[in-house]
Design a protein around this ligand. Sequence first.
Ligand SMILES: Cc1cc2nc3c(=O)[nH]c(=O)nc-3n(C[C@H](O)[C@H](O)[C@H](O)COP(=O)(O)OP(=O)(O)OC[C@H]3O[C@@H](n4cnc5c(N)ncnc54)[C@H](O)[C@@H]3O)c2cc1C
Length: 403
Amino acid sequence: MDFSIPAATKQLLAKIDDFVDREVIPREAEVFQQGYFKAEPMLRGLRGKVKELGLWGPQLPKELGGLGLTLVEHGLVSQSLGRSPLGHFVFGCNAPDAGNIEVLHKYGNAEQQARWLEPLARGDIRSCFSMTEPDSPGSNPTELTCQAVKDGDHYVIDGEKWFTTSADGAAFAIVMAVTDPKAPRHLRASQIIVPTDTPGFHLTRNISIMGHPGEGWMSHGQIKYTGVRVPQSNRLGPEGSGFLIAQERLGPGRIHHCMRWLGICERAFDLMCKRAVSRKIDGDRPLGTRQLVQGWIAECRARIDAARLMTLHAAWRIDAEGFHAAHEQVSTIKFFVADVLMEVLDRSIQTHGALGITDDLPLAGWWAHERGARIYDGPDEVHKVSLAKRILKRYGMAGAGSA
Ligand SMILES: Cc1cc2nc3c(=O)[nH]c(=O)nc-3n(C[C@H](O)[C@H](O)[C@H](O)COP(=O)(O)OP(=O)(O)OC[C@H]3O[C@@H](n4cnc5c(N)ncnc54)[C@H](O)[C@@H]3O)c2cc1C
């Protein structure tokens, strides 16, 4: 078993780390103080520099102007970029655009790709993914209520969505809507492209998350779809393929998120260790001389490393054998790494004392905004139940099912 990172990937990671340290991390405070829209020109400038360096779109296929990395390679890049809350955006691989690009690349027809995929892959426009609803359980999207009803060669969409990340200022939404209520549960819904300037598309608010409504790319929108009329040719893939496409999107997406969270863990860990050696708590003796803090440092190191190995192994399995072969591993890392993330952030905050909960450091912002890691892309409990059922099925438990 070879755990070494190929020389070319190491070089790429070194370039990315250097750019993040020199150009991205120093601009964080500006973005969080000014808000997304005021900072957008500066962020576009950074994106331009990334393109000039030939580092744009690590996950994008080469024909779309990206680096065409494998999932393992992109996982490593994602960890480097995750060290800054701006990293993925500046390199053109931020959610939800990255997932929408994958879906449009795989399921979009030539016209949809020319109109939406190409400008999205260049970073000229932004997008969002609109599936979760306030009045139905996101953990079981077969219960969706938003409907797309055929009228001539159009669909008319009615419903309400929320937690549509980055809807504010997006050029289009990919909307999951019921196209055939009588079909079997997993064939009822389709994904449909809705330009956000279509009459009846109404962003009612950016939802305030732990005291921050956010804006632009850094927001979660609530949207009313009222008689939204779009051509049937805006549908992605065959009618009723919405769940299949959503599953395909979430597989690699979960690897990207887990590796991004590990990037956050590394920065939080680095800050914790720096504080442990610099903060004098008893004469000349720093915090790091205390065994309790030493214990946190050792435990965090072990948990981060375990989480990374598990995630890279899942990515390697998807690269080698496809998503279905790695189903159980993906469920495992989704709840395990999210838990490691929250623990490492909490320990790092605690090590910093009062400074830890200020916005002078990125820790408090991450702690608030990444709490969602245990909820989105499948809450912890759904993944645990799915994993346990699959295991117990192998032990012959009746009615265990597969998920
Ligand atoms: C930061 C963030 C960003 C998001 N971005 C998007 C986006 O861009 N687009 C989009 O469409 N959605 C997005 N979501 C929504 C997300 O996908 C849903 O929140 C998620 O699917 C859970 O659905 P729900 O909130 O309706 O919770 P519910 O389905 O109501 O579940 C509530 C809780 O019940 C428990 N639970 C659920 N099922 C089970 C079970 N089988 N066994 C035991 N316990 C269970 C879990 O603890 C769960 O947290 C985002 C969410 C967050 C937090």
